[in-house]
Write a protein that binds this ligand. Structure first.
Ligand code: FE2
Length: 117
């Protein structure tokens, strides 16, 4: 589930099956590391409420045209769920799924990259 970004055209890809490092625009793509910093506005916060609500940041992250959360991913016991967001949306996603034992979330900020819970 590694995520790579092309620093020429801006394409972002998630790897389904790892092989050679992906190329784009004639050069190797940059592997994005899952960032985490306690209390940061990018850290996904997971709440259970008859499904999983994932909010980005204790203080809501901006959702402006040039700086927003593009997608939120919830991984429950190895099953991946992803919601795409748009500028003006709330920086959160609700996933109506059964409660799991191994639950984590990731999100992608258009300016600050990949973050994990
Ligand atoms: Fe950001």
């Amino acid at each position: 589930m590694k995520v790579f970004k092309c620093n020429v055209c801006g394409s972002v890809v998630e790897v389904l099956h790892e092989g050679e490092r992906p190329f784009c625009c004639g050069q190797p793509m940059e592997e994005l590391t899952e960032q985490y910093k306690e209390g940061d506005k990018h850290v996904p916060v997971i709440e259970w409420n008859d499904g999983y609500l994932v909010k980005v940041g204790n203080v809501p992250h901006p959702m402006e045209e040039n700086h927003y959360i593009e997608w939120i991913e919830l991984i429950v016991d190895g099953v991946v769920h992803r919601k795409y967001l748009h500028p003006g949306d709330k920086p959160e996603a609700f996933f109506k799924v059964a409660k799991g034992t191994n639950v984590r979330a990731r999100e992608f900020c258009t300016l600050h990259g990949l973050w994990r819970s």
